[in-house]
Structure formats: C-alpha cells, structure tokens
Design a protein around this ligand. Structure first.
Ligand code: PEP
Ligand code: MG
Length: 324
C-alpha cells in the first residue's frame, strides 16, 4: 500500500489552499523505526514507551533503557521523537507488577497517576532518556494529565533529573521540550496559565473520545454509537485548537482517528496543523489533504452544524464525492 503513495512520500502535506500539515508517525518498538524513512513521516509524534516494558518479563534496567532510547534516536537521524513516559494501568498491565484490582481501570490508577505516586520508574525513565539524548535535543510527553498540577509535578521531575544528571557529570540534552497529552476533557478547561506553561499538547483522541462520550473505547457496542465527527466532539476539539492558538501552544493529535483520512481532513479544517498516526496511514492522509481545500471543508462542517446534524460525516462525504 505504501508503494501507491511513493510519489508523494517526500512531498509535504500541503493543501490546495496552501496550509501545510505536519504528518508524523506513532511508534513503540524498534521494529517500527524503519517506517520513519518508508512512510515519509516528519518524525515520531508519539513513542509509546510502555511497549518495551510490556514485552519483557522483568523490569528493564536504566542502562538497558538508555541503550534502547539511544537506538531509537539514532534510527530517527535527527527527526524529532516524542517519548511518552510510561502509560501503564488500565488495559496495559506489566506482568511483573502486582496487579491492581480496580472496578474501573480506565478511570483508575494509571499513567501519570502511577508515575507521580510511585516516581521510581518515571525517574529511571527520565534519566535513561537524558542519557540517550547524548547531548542532543530531547522531547518528553506525559500521558493522561488531567489537571495543571499534575503537569507541574511531572515537569518538576524533569528538572530534578536534569539537576541530578548535571551533578553526576553527565551530558545534558542540548534542549528539552516537555509536553502533555490532552486525553481528559478536564484539561481542555485548565487555566490559561497551563496552556502558557506547557511546552506542547497532543490530543490522545482514543482516550479523550471515550471520556467525552463516557463510552468505553474497548467496548464496540457503545464505542460505535459515537462518531468522531459528531458535532459536539468536533466543537470541543475546535475549542482546544482556539485555546492553543491563543497562547501559541503547539498542538498535535495522536489518537487513531488522525490516521483516518476523512477525520484527518476535518481536524485540519478546524485548525489542527500536526497529526501523528500509524505509518501506513500517512500516505492516504497526505493524498487526501493535498487534494483538499480546508476553507471549503470548514464551510461544509459549519453548514452541517447549523442544520443541527448529529455528525458532519455525511455532509463531508457528500462534498468529497462531488469534488473528486
Ligand atoms: C490516545 O489515548 O489517543 C493515545 C494516543 O494513547 P493510547 O492509545 O496509548 O492510550
Ligand atoms: Mg491514551
């Protein structure tokens, strides 16, 4: 399938109206890295570090992690890699960690909540990342931040790690970007100060949608009731774009929906300029974006919203059929 798109692989995702959307890929294992070259992705917008913890039967050591992360950075050859710190709990349980019986794991003790309550693993991970950067740039993203304070506490861990590394005489990263995933509706309503302080935001649409509609992402029966292009969800996403634009906060979207061409097109139409997806989706998404006019799509979305439709999908599909 990637061959079909090889002619546009090295071209930008620039729309007919002149907007350029940065397309990045999601990854989690070394085996994903060759796709960075093949897919034409600009970088790794989401590196899910938990996968390397999940494929082992014991806790990895810092030195092993550091070697692994360095190999990822070397393979990226200077392209930006957004390392997301451990997102465990919920559906991802480490075989060597005591399972935690919880009635609602998706709403439970997971991701940054574990990271902040039991900071040992996160500190080890941050230290391994700093060393892997080997004096080059480093980008770290924290999962499942639900309130400003969690970001501040996580950010403080990064600063502590840097101070400790300096004291130990290790090279520090030449620059460090620290961001958060926006995957709980609460964060969209955080104070302006949060949007000013956070280095960047990436919408975790899989989780954000599940919490927005209160519909389990693992439960087909309820998940399928709610379209990503539902007018309420799209308005919500647009509100996030507006807040980020107002504070100059770089925003990306890295849930599965970013890799669906029609969804990606609508996200671009409401103002998103950075999407991260599985590598095989980059070609199809880029192909559609390059043939699209975002102002027209935005108008189609607006008209569907004004007509009181539940989802803008039929209107956008109809528009695309007429155009292409
Ligand atoms: C998301 O929630 O959209 C996301 C990218 O994170 P994950 O799928 O790993 O929960
Ligand atoms: Mg998530």
């Amino acid at each position: 399938a990637q061959e079909r798109y090889s002619s546009i692989r090295d071209k930008p995702a620039t729309t007919e109206c002149g907007a350029t959307i940065s397309l990045q890929m999601n990854a989690g294992l070394m085996a994903d890295l060759p796709s960075l070259e093949n897919s034409g992705a600009e970088g790794v917008g989401l590196f899910r570090t938990e996968l390397q913890f999940l494929v082992r039967n014991q806790m990895p050591r810092r030195a092993d992690l550091s070697v692994l992360y360095k190999r990822v950075l070397d393979a990226a050859q200077g392209k930006r890699v957004v390392f997301r710190t451990l997102d465990i709990g919920s559906d991802k349980v480490l075989p060597y960690m005591k399972p935690n019986e919880e009635p609602n794991p998706a709403l439970g003790w997971r991701a940054i909540r574990v990271g902040l309550d039991k900071p040992g693993i996160m500190r080890m991970q941050l230290q391994a990342l700093c060393r892997a950067a080997d004096g080059g740039p480093l980008t770290v993203m924290f999962p499942f931040i639900a309130q400003f304070e969690e970001y501040r506490a996580a950010r403080a861990e990064v600063d502590k790690t840097l101070a400790r590394e300096a004291k130990l005489g290790h090279k520090l990263p030449s620059s460090i970007e620290v961001g958060a995933m926006l995957e709980t509706p609460s964060l969209a309503f955080a104070p302006d100060k949060f949007f000013e302080e956070v280095g960047f935001l990436s919408i975790g649409g899989n989780d954000l949608k599940q919490f927005f509609f209160a519909a389990d992402r693992e439960n087909e029966r309820v998940r399928k009731r709610y379209d990503t292009l539902n007018v309420s969800f799209l308005s919500f996403l647009e509100r996030i774009v507006e807040r980020c634009d107002a504070t100059g906060t770089p925003l990306s979207f890295c849930g599965e929906d970013a890799g669906r061409p029609v969804e990606a097109l609508c996200f671009a139409a409401i103002g998103m300029r950075s999407l991260s997806m599985r590598p095989a989706s980059i070609g199809p998404v880029k192909s559609l974006l390059r043939r699209s006019n975002l102002a027209e799509v935005r108008a189609v979305i607006q008209e569907a919203q004004d007509r009181g439709e539940m989802t803008v999908r039929p209107a956008v599909m109809e528009y695309l059929r007429a155009k292409h």
